[in-house]
Write a protein that binds this ligand. Sequence first.
Ligand SMILES: Nc1ncnc2c1ncn2[C@@H]1O[C@H](COP(=O)(O)OP(=O)(O)OP(=O)(O)O)[C@@H](O)[C@H]1O
Ligand SMILES: Cc1ncc(C[n+]2csc(CCOP(=O)(O)O)c2C)c(N)n1
Ligand SMILES: [Mg+2]
Length: 340
Amino acid sequence: MIANTIVASEFDLISRFFKRPVPAGMLGGGDDCALFRVTPGLELATSKDLLLEGRHFFSNVDPYTLGHKSLAVNLSDLAAMGAKPVACLLGLALPSFDEDWIARFADGFYALADLHGCVLIGGDTTRSQTGVAISVTVFGEVDPAHAMRRNAAKAGDDIWVSGVLGAADVAYRLLAGSLTTESGSGQPSRGLFALSETLLEQTRAALETPVPRVFLGRRLSAHAHAAIDISDGLVQDLGHILHASGVGARIDEGLLPVHPALQNLSLEDRRRAVLAGGDVYELCLTASVDQRDHFERIGLEAGVPLTRIGQVVAGAGLEVYDQAGQLIEPLPKGFDHFRD
Ligand SMILES: Nc1ncnc2c1ncn2[C@@H]1O[C@H](COP(=O)(O)OP(=O)(O)OP(=O)(O)O)[C@@H](O)[C@H]1O
Ligand SMILES: Cc1ncc(C[n+]2csc(CCOP(=O)(O)O)c2C)c(N)n1
Ligand SMILES: [Mg+2]
């Protein structure tokens, strides 16, 4: 919860923190609508994600990282479509007004927006009766021939994942107190606290400042069939591709790129974090086998590991095999707002 500091008005707040100049040719905040042009021949890609205090972030989160993450999770949706960010809208509901908090939030938001040329062109600001609520809408441009739709996976495709998996879930569970390293490497109990602290240090950035794979998504869009960003966990999000495409898949647990900090966790904790952990914002893509060289080259150019984790198959459903070749059953479930 943020501290109460008196400022002049809602309009003062907006003009002080959210009215940085916009490029020529765009109309930013200050009128009834913002205006911007879309490149002829390209399609507008748009997406919205909400972030709520207590549900998406802890009340004491660093506001700079919250500003970053509010935009990052939305840019990640553009990345998963292969779209180039153009502009965004920011909806903010704040229970009270803390100038330092808002200034840091705005700095985190604008830093990532500037990095991706995603211009903040407007939004809405209200007082909240409960916690902080943030709603970001992004607009991007994409060549319709290359937009990576969820329904485009084909039997025989490779399944690829960017980056490494599992860290955000571990950080969240450590902060929430639902993961202790007692289930980990069997260190003497005196060392347990220090072990958790180290694990949190190693995994926290993945939770609080995820890197949207915008460049990677744009570069891979000419080579991939389907893509999704992993917000609710690999099994669940890959499941959306499979369902939409009318296909099945098999993946090998041993091929999954696991965040190195997770090596001392129990198999159960690691498996849950990697297969079902949410808040990941890496891309899961499918592409035909003849695209492997392109994926490897683009991964190197982007400086992001791209790992082949399995194959799309005819039929339905996802099968995951462990290192011994045994089917993992039941699979851990991903994040669901009305279940978790
Ligand atoms: N309230 C709503 N009204 C209309 N469409 C919605 C609504 N909520 C979600 N959708 C649509 O349903 C689809 C799935 O939404 P979902 O939020 O699960 O996807 P996502 O944003 O990719 O995932 P995540 O929110 O976990 O990042 C999206 O196309 C989204 O636009
Ligand atoms: C305080 C707190 N509680 C829970 C979580 C975990 N979490 C929240 S939403 C989500 C999936 C993506 O959300 P959405 O589907 O709304 O885009 C996950 C994994 C968190 N990060 N912080
Ligand atoms: Mg969403």
